[in-house]
Design a binder for this molecule. Structure first.
Ligand SMILES: NC(=O)C1=CN([C@@H]2O[C@H](COP(=O)(O)OP(=O)(O)OC[C@H]3O[C@@H](n4cnc5c(N)ncnc54)[C@H](OP(=O)(O)O)[C@@H]3O)[C@@H](O)[C@H]2O)C=CC1
Ligand SMILES: Nc1nc2c(ncn2[C@@H]2O[C@H](COP(=O)(O)O)[C@@H](O)[C@H]2O)c(=O)[nH]1
Length: 323
């Protein structure tokens, strides 16, 4: 298998067939809804909160609410659905989560999306949770992860997952690779390609996106949706505190397995850091959309499908040369 990451790849342009980049359709159908772009902010407490989730749903962007305020989730689902918006939440795999799924079913609440959010998703306990949710809430679109291999994708899909999330350790706030020696850090894009050979259902590429072009590359190598943490954590709407250093503004970004998140130093596999302040998230998402439209034009098509077929070259870390 070739191993490569985002910086090692350049996509090769094909003849343009549209008059304007504005004619390119960057939208994607994912589960029961269609979204403006194949991008979702990471389900981390430093990336998404309730007001941002509502804004994203109102503006046709996908979101996944984090699972770190478990007692608020049922009310959140009810609130969103009462507003006529889709509900998309996260769960873990501990015993209390089974009670939560039962509570949702008993209240006749069916979230449109549930993401099973576990660091090592290739696990019998994740499989058990997929089956449980599919039994109790059969209409819910279940996303399971995170995984790194085709075998894991196959097993989670066979258990009933509607989509699988690929990426173990490529995240900006991640120290899994350093603390355990495992993961897709440094070859996340190749891992996505490898997993896509086995996938029969949608894949989410999760972690390691550093430039808007990496979203396009993820789509080329098999992603239906791309999950982004650090690049979407620095906004006015982002939950992290605003910090000013030497006249420059930053936002706090912390890993979901960091000491900040856990409030304890046990099984820590994440860190806290500062990311540059970037203003409104609406402007960043609009730029992502425009860059995707441009990508579609370079791919010689009219929609995201065109990107999936383009040729590419492996340039081994040289695309930033001269910058
Ligand atoms: N995408 C990624 O690369 C990573 C993401 N994260 C994020 O950090 C958060 C916390 O993750 P996580 O620790 O899974 O959540 P939890 O603390 O909820 O752990 C998940 C469950 O799986 C058990 N488990 C067994 N082996 C492992 C293992 N190797 N890694 C993790 N759990 C294991 C845990 O038990 P016990 O705690 O007793 O071991 C626990 O019961 C999540 O939001 C996750 O997405 C964290 C690391 C990597
Ligand atoms: N190893 C860890 N991975 C983490 C942690 N918290 C979140 N994550 C993963 O990172 C991505 C976001 O990656 P980015 O490169 O876009 O910043 C996120 O979706 C999780 O999968 C953590 O504490 N440790």
């Amino acid at each position: 298998m070739d191993t490569f990451d985002y910086d090692d790849i350049q996509l090769i342009p094909s003849k343009c067939i549209i008059k304007s980049r504005g004619d390119a359709d960057s939208s994607v159908k994912f589960g029961p809804h269609r979204f403006k772009i194949p991008v979702v902010p990471a389900n981390m407490e430093s990336v998404i909160d309730e007001p941002l989730a509502i804004w994203l749903a109102q503006n046709d962007y996908f979101y996944v609410m984090h699972r770190f305020q478990p007692e608020k989730r049922l009310g959140f689902v009810r609130d969103l659905q009462e507003k006529g918006l889709f509900a998309s939440i996260s769960v873990g795999i501990k015993d209390s989560e089974y009670k939560f799924i039962n509570d949702l079913a008993a209240a006749n609440l069916t979230p449109e999306y549930i993401t099973i959010d576990v660091a090592h998703g290739h696990s019998d306990y994740v499989i058990k949770m997929i089956k449980f949710i599919k039994n109790k809430l059969p209409e819910t679109f279940v996303i399971a992860g995170n995984v790194a291999t085709p075998e894991a994708v196959r097993e989670l899909e066979n258990a009933g997952a509607d989509a699988t999330k690929v990426g173990v350790g490529p995240g900006k706030a991640c120290i899994t690779k350093l603390k355990t020696g495992f993961g897709t850090g440094g070859w996340q894009l190749a891992a996505l390609k490898w997993c896509s050979k086995a996938a029969r259902k949608p894949l989410i590429a999760d972690g390691g996106i550093r430039n808007n072009g990496d979203i396009t590359k993820s789509v080329r190598f098999g992603a239906s949706m791309v999950m982004i943490g650090s690049m979407l954590a620095g906004h006015q709407e982002s939950p992290g505190n605003l910090i000013k250093i030497d006249g420059k503004n930053y936002k706090q970004y912390w890993g979901s397995a960091s000491e900040t998140q856990k409030q304890a130093y046990r099984n820590v596999e994440g860190k806290q850091m500062l990311v540059p302040y970037r203003g409104s998230i609406s402007d960043t998402l609009t730029e992502m959309r425009e860059d995707l439209q441009s990508s579609i034009s370079y791919a010689g098509g009219k929609d995201l499908e065109a990107i999936r077929k383009v040729d590419y070259v492996i340039v081994k870390n040289s695309i930033m040369n001269g910058d």
